[in-house]
Design a protein around this ligand. Structure first.
Ligand code: SF4
Length: 258
């Protein structure tokens, strides 16, 4: 099936409820394997089943295969400690976003229930780093990380702004989802709300949120900023950190649309 074939089977309402926002963009993402059929909440189950089989080569599966190959060359007994993982019968048990995952020496990842390919890619990238040192306890902005300046505007556009919108639109549901993913509210001297989230054992994230100023009557007057420990770029490169927060925002957005 090509993009037009997929598009013809979609509702064609451009309701904007999927991450791609339009039916044509969604059709393109389906063919490229860049989204899940479940991200459109308006599909008839029979059409959804048909589209699941319509996906083209999924770039994520190829990426996962390459990363597994790299990870299989690591000595888990040497790098588990540095990654904050526990060794269990030769596998590494890693906590990620409030859930435990078991990563075998061949890079296969298991957990209770379904594993989103996004989580697999994230975990394999993290393990590939080999683990070095401990978080410093010093928060820095994305642009202060190694090579962060180059990607700072896309981080703001694809991560901070969408998370800010979710908090603006439904604060209670978004914070409930953050809590399910392991975030804990913490004190902040500057923001109205702050959460510390252990995305991976050595990658803590600080989410800061300023509420909309109703009395100002200005669109977009709220804001969200996401800070990382100064050592975050030792464990994930900046592309992977964008990938991490984008995935987090997608998970929350998807749960809220259900
Ligand atoms: S959610 Fe479905 S109907 Fe709405 S824009 Fe996306 S693909 Fe189209």
């Amino acid at each position: 099936m090509n993009t037009i074939d997929v598009y013809k089977r979609l509702p064609k309402t451009n309701c904007g409820e999927c991450p791609e926002r339009t039916c044509m963009a969604f059709a393109l993402a389906i063919v490229k394997g860049g989204t899940e059929v479940e991200n459109c909440p308006h599909l008839d189950p029979s059409v959804a089943g048909e589209l699941r089989n319509a996906k083209g080569t999924d770039w994520r599966e190829s990426l996962i295969a390459g990363l597994r190959e790299e990870v299989s060359r690591l000595d888990f007994s040497r790098c588990a400690g540095g990654l904050g993982a526990e060794l269990v019968d030769g596998a590494m048990k890693i906590r990620c976003l409030g859930m435990d995952f078991l990563v075998g020496p061949d890079g296969e990842i298991t957990t209770r229930g379904y594993i989103n390919p996004w989580i697999k890619i994230l975990l394999l990238h993290y393990i590939r780093s080999g683990g070095r040192g401990e978080p410093s306890g010093r928060w820095v902005s994305f642009s202060e990380l190694k090579a962060g300046l180059v990607k700072a505007s896309s981080f703001q556009r694809d991560c901070e702004e969408p998370l800010g919108r979710l908090l603006d639109d439904d604060f209670a549901a978004t914070t409930a989802m953050l809590s399910r993913l392991g975030a804990e509210e913490t004190a902040s001297e500057s923001a109205d709300h702050a959460w510390r989230l252990l995305a991976l054992p050595k990658v803590p994230v600080l989410i800061l949120y300023w509420k909309e100023e109703e009395e100002l009557d200005v669109m977009g007057s709220s804001s969200c900023r996401i800070l990382f420990d100064a050592t975050a770029d030792r464990f994930l490169d900046v592309e992977s950190l964008v990938f991490l927060v984008e995935g987090l925002v997608n998970i929350i957005g998807h749960a809220l649309r259900r």
